[in-house]
Write a protein that binds this ligand. Sequence first.
Ligand code: NAD
Length: 342
Amino acid sequence: MNKVLVTGGAGFIGSHFVKRMLRADDVAQVTVLDALTYAGHIENLGEAFLSPKLRFVHGNILDAALVDELVREHTVVVHFAAESHVDRSFFAAGAFLSTNVQGTHTLAGAAVRHGIGKFVHVSTDEVYGPLPVGSATEADPLRPTVPYAASKAASDLVALSYFHTYGLPVCVTRSSNNYGPYQHPEKIIPLFATRLLRGEQVTLHGRGEHVRNWLHAEDNCAGIELVLRDGVPGEVYNIGGGTDLTSKELTGRLLRLLNAGWESVTYIPDRLSNDIRYSMTFDKVAALGYRPERDFHDGLAETVDWYRRNTDRWAPLMRNPHAATVAVAVAVAPTGEVARVR
Ligand code: NAD
């Protein structure tokens, strides 16, 4: 697997994965294909650009000609690129369907044409829908309730159809809620941390009873690498973390880390749709050697500390949440390749 194409590698989880791949001895080249939407930040790759193994291509997974050209040059594909924010999907579902479903189809088609050795499609526990009790296994039906999760469920099925129809060696990973440095401040942990750092109020939906399982992005990437190397084609692998918390419990932990009190919290009506609880077993990936390594308490403290130390990274996004990229100037060559990063 010496040449790895990573889509969405300038995003939150993808950028952690790229850095991990660059450290692998048997990886000669890592190419990032990223459209640098409001969610993608080339700065997330930062020191990774010191590696001669990294190549960055500014482009869209919906650009079939570009995708075909890039896939042809690689041995494996790890597909992170997606519209990823549930709340946005309530108002812009079309973009979720085109990027997440059509984009996966475009990539998988190119992967079939060029005999890609492994295609890992990165997905989410949200495809299983709400589970008031119990935990989903990979064999459970998909019952997504929000446009984001529906687009991911559809893209999982598209990816797997390329295994069944064309024999493309596809694996799907479904992880729980990721946290860690480099996450866009639209997501709950960085949103609350950055608001509290600025002395602002945070808003809790409903009664704060929604349960999520928390997984450090680096643990997720370790699981994705195991699936990339040893996952059985055609199989789905859930990747979970060790900590289940209600949103109120999570808020309490953030308040403590940021020396703020419950007077900083405002309760607001729940959003349009909000699944009460997600939960998965992850025995299949554990059989490949996976276990979540990061202690949630320490990981959360380190994450909050990262946002405290890197105000320049998130403050411009709070002023202009649609900013495609901040602080670093990117020169884009006519081919779609990023020629220089200053
Ligand atoms: P993110 O929003 O931080 O990053 C997405 C990246 O994809 C960005 O860099 C963006 O520029 C890029 N992108 C978007 N549309 C593109 C397009 N059309 N062409 C090329 N690039 C495009 O997302 P994330 O949180 O890092 O999530 C990565 C993947 O993991 C997604 O597929 C998401 O569904 C999945 N996932 C995320 C979580 C989580 O908690 N964040 C949990 C489970 C699964």
